[in-house]
Design a protein around this ligand. Sequence first.
Ligand SMILES: [Zn+2]
Length: 132
Amino acid sequence: MTNQTTKKQWPPEDLEYFRKLILKKREETLKQIKRLEAATVSDSSRQDNSAVDSPYSFHMADVGTDAQEREKSYFLLSRENKFLTHLNAALERIQTGEYGVCIECGELIPKERLEEVPHTQHCVKCKNKAKK
Ligand SMILES: [Zn+2]
C-alpha cells in the first residue's frame, strides 16, 4: 500500500461508540448462549422418555419433537458462538483502529451498516460484489 498516510479511519469518539455497541451485543449473545446451552442439556436428559413413543406418527405435524428442538438449539448455539467470535475480532480491530473500514476498497463503512452488522468488514457495495 502506498497511501498509508491517507488511510481512512474512524475518529476515536466513533470507535468508542461502536465499542459500546459491540459490548452490548456481546452481552446479549453470551446470555443467549447460556440459555441455549441450558436448553440442549435439559433436552438430552429427556431423550430416553421420548424415544419410547414413535416419533414418526408426528412426522407431518409441526409440533416439533425433542430431537428437532435439540437440533435447533445446537444450530442456534453454534451460530451464536460464531457471532461471538466475530464480535471479539471486531473489538480487537477497534483497539488497533482498523475497525469499520472496508477491507476491499478501504472506505469507511457507513454507520447505519455498522449498527446493523457491527462485525462486518465489507461495505454494502463490496459485499454485493463478492456475492456474484
Ligand atoms: Zn468496500
